[in-house]
Design a protein around this ligand. Structure first.
Ligand code: HEC
Length: 226
């Protein structure tokens, strides 16, 4: 009987403790978060952290299309012993080759309705995608047919976010410039829907490496640069 009691207590502890540490405590911490002001002297930057809310409408499209199933937006702290950072996840790595990005912090998600940490990294982490993103048109081409950009891509194509329409008069200035293999039949063009535009705007706004007040502001990218 004692054994059974120990067993139940052990079981409760092994589920209860992680629940407390991983869910309850962070949730309480998160509730108390508020934007903090930069110290002009120490941080070399002015304004508030986090700087600006992201495009919430675009985030909803990101969620409803399931992008979160394959892409994370969370860079692990390096002190965990695991390398939380991979080449190519930050800004242009040629220009900033060392460790330009910092690990994600709780406040990074403060202006967002949902914190899209992601559940697995099938595709690259997108926490800083806005820095390395191509222009909006090239991004539309990638979303419409990932294999038009990388022929090995396993990312699904999001053709549902685009409209195939008959060319009436001159070709639309918004029509995607697709390689021959992916191009629509003659006389047709592919244009982004408002959802695709919002999604692209959201992706371009992902720049979660601005300096955290009081923490190595010099290493992180300065928002004034772009
Ligand atoms: C089945 C998994 C999967 C899903 C779902 C998915 N992606 Fe991807 N994504 C990938 C893979 C794999 C790559 C890398 C290959 C490539 O660039 O096409 C990638 C690459 C990307 C890139 C380029 C990243 C970089 O660093 O250059 C962007 C941006 C992107 N995905 C956005 C999205 C968006 C937005 C959605 C939802 C509409 C989405 N992905 C859904 C797997 C996925």
């Amino acid at each position: 009987m004692t054994n059974f009691r120990t067993f139940i207590l052990g079981l409760a502890a092994s589920f209860g403790l992680p629940w407390l540490c991983l869910i309850v405590l962070p949730a309480m911490q998160y509730e108390q978060l508020a934007p903090v002001a930069y110290d002009k002297e120490k941080d070399g930057v002015e304004g508030y952290f986090p700087p600006a809310p992201i495009n919430g409408q675009g985030q909803l499209v990101y969620i409803s299309e399931g992008c979160n199933q394959c892409h994370s937006q969370m860079i692990r702290p390096i002190q965990l012993g695991l390398d939380g950072w991979y080449k190519g996840w930050g800004q242009d790595q040629e220009a900033r080759p060392a460790t330009p990005a910092r690990p994600s912090v709780l406040r990074d998600y403060l202006g967002e309705r949902y914190a899209l940490l992601g559940i697995q990294r099938v595709g690259p982490d997108l926490a800083n995608f806005g820095w390395r993103a191509p222009d909006a048109n090239a991004l539309h081409v990638h979303l419409y047919s990932p294999r038009a950009v990388n022929d090995w891509s396993t990312m699904p194509s999001y053709k549902n976010l685009y409209k195939l329409q008959k060319v009436q008069g001159p070709v639309s200035s918004r029509a995607l410039k697709l390689p021959k293999k992916f191009a629509p039949p003659a006389g047709y063009e592919v244009v982004p829907t408002p959802e695709a535009d919002r999604l692209v705007e959201y992706l371009l706004s992902l720049k979660k490496d601005y300096p955290v007040p009081g923490q190595g502001a010099a290493v992180a990218a300065s928002p004034a640069k772009k």
